[in-house]
Write a new protein. Structure first.
Length: 492
């Protein structure tokens, strides 16, 4: 049932490439919007110019495009609430910062960096001392200076910031769709900077102004923003605005426990950025399916979802509050099902850039044949090449366990005889190589396996893989004969 009042936003900061955790946040917002027939808004929160990365916004948009999370409003889509980059909305934030000062909910602070360093130094051994109700009285701000001094400093061009005036004694409470009622003691909340000395807003001010003006109904974001929410609640109250419904998503944890850091991810071989998953050959649908279940439980045994099934099943009520471990093996398992659902042509299209990058010369027809043989055996498309190089180059070694188990005293003679027969055939296809092998087995009065196993070892270097006759046909006549004779020379 459509609910036109549902409006959610994905609001990343372009300070780097889009993290996989950010994609999960975007996905949950997207699913919630589509489930309720609402709007999914992309907003670029680019007020931190010191950490701004030139290509980050394009990377964010590209990642959303690749995964099919289409936005209803945003820098590219447009909409009724332009602009959608916070760096282009500065006048708005300055006006609301002034309003907060006028309402007594914020104040000017003129402290120098040296004075702030001295404040922080007081906390050595006991943690950092916050700029709050207990310390602001010792600092230079419009709460401790006379109105005349404040006006004079501003007129003379002294640097200042605008800080939130957090009440000295109060419980700040709000409702969270995932965590229920959440309470903070005001003594745990610092007087957050809202407007920096360069006139740019911090996340906290810009966030609540834009969420209100863009009519955002639900703020679905990571748990790391939970401790900032009481500051936002105070600003909503001071400006006389109804806050949106909050939902703070669980942390993505390392398989070893603790929050999944970039360092841990790199050490454990877990891709960090969405771009990494694309380059590694993951299917976007597979990645989204995995991320959907990284915190959300559909309440059934179902683990694989179509796009529409995911939208239909999703609900914030079934998102857990506890951190959830990232399981790369589970992601690969999910992804392999999407690889298997591809047509052979589609898989070959995904594999072609890998083939070309590796410098292999393979016709489209032969590549499709190879894809058809191994499609059920790969978890990501590039493994068609990286896990099956024997299709493209001669093996330089033979699986030790396979040789020990499969290479018998008569294997060399049988394999040479098979190679000679193959040399005489004009048509080198699956049926032909099978017929020649079985005819030879009958003539030599041996089981077909006595030739099949050495042939597989010689051509692929392995004792396992797709059907041996299809494998031989895909490798090709000249390569098969060459490899069989080379194996006899090396293995005896």
């Amino acid at each position: 049932m459509a609910d036109d009042s549902v409006r959610v936003r994905f609001a990343p900061s372009p300070t780097g490439l889009l993290h996989v955790g950010g994609l999960r946040t975007a996905l949950y917002n997207y699913l919630f919007a589509r489930k309720h027939g609402g709007d999914f808004v992309l907003r670029i929160e680019d007020t931190d110019r010191d950490r701004y990365v030139e290509e980050a916004e394009e990377d964010i948009i590209s990642a959303l495009r690749w995964t099919g999370l289409d936005t209803d409003e945003g820098p590219e889509a447009g909409g009724d609430h332009t602009p959608y980059r916070q760096s282009e909305r500065g006048d708005l934030y300055r006006s609301y910062a002034q309003k907060l000062v006028d309402e007594g909910a914020a104040y000017y602070a003129f402290d120098t960096e040296e004075e702030l360093e001295a404040l922080r130094a007081r906390g050595e051994g006991d943690g950092t001392v916050a700029y709050d109700a207990s310390t602001r009285r010792d600092m230079r701000n419009s709460l401790t200076l006379s109105p005349e001094k404040v006006e004079r400093k501003i007129n003379e061009g002294h640097d200042y910031v605008v800080r939130l005036k957090v009440p000295r004694s109060r419980t700040i409470q709000f409702s969270d769709k995932i965590r229920g009622t959440v309470s903070f003691d005001a003594s745990e909340v610092d007087d957050q900077v809202l407007l920096k000395s360069d006139g740019m807003p911090t996340y906290h001010l810009a966030n609540i102004v834009d969420d209100h003006l863009m009519e955002i109904s639900h703020v679905i974001r990571g748990e790391e923003w939970l401790s900032s929410t009481p500051k936002h609640v105070l600003m909503y109250e001071a400006l006389g605005w109804d806050p949106p419904t909050f939902a703070h998503l669980p942390l993505i944890m390392s398989p070893e426990g603790g929050k999944l850091s970039k360092r841990d991810a790199n050490r454990l071989g877990i891709p960090v950025y969405v771009k990494d998953y694309k380059e590694a050959g993951y299917e976007p649908e597979g990645l989204l399916n995995f991320l959907a279940l990284l915190g959300w439980n559909p309440g059934t045994e179902q683990e694989l979802f179509t796009h529409d099934e995911m939208i239909e099943a999703f609900s914030l009520e079934r998102v857990g509050a506890s951190g959830v471990q990232f399981d790369l093996d589970k992601l690969r398992w999910v992804n392999e099902h999407y690889v298997r659902d591809l047509s052979v042509d589609a898989l070959a299209d995904r594999v072609r850039p890998v083939v070309d990058a590796e410098g292999y010369e393979v016709s489209d027809e032969r590549l499709r044949t190879i894809c058809g043989l191994v499609q059920e055996r790969v978890q990501v498309a590039p493994e068609v090449v990286t896990d099956n190089r024997y299709f493209f180059e001669d093996p330089d070694e033979y699986e030790e366990a396979g040789v020990e188990k499969r290479w018998k005293e008569a294997s060399g003679d049988l394999l040479l005889a098979y190679a000679e027969r193959l040399e005489e055939v004009e048509t080198f296809d699956t049926d032909t190589v099978e017929t020649e092998l079985r005819d030879l087995a009958d003539e030599e009065d041996v089981g077909a396996g006595a030739i099949i196993h050495p042939a597989r070892l010689a051509v692929s270097g392995r004792s396992y893989g797709p059907g041996v006759f299809g494998l031989l046909a895909a490798v090709g006549k000249d390569a098969c004969i060459r490899r069989m004779r080379a194996a006899v020379d090396r293995l005896g």
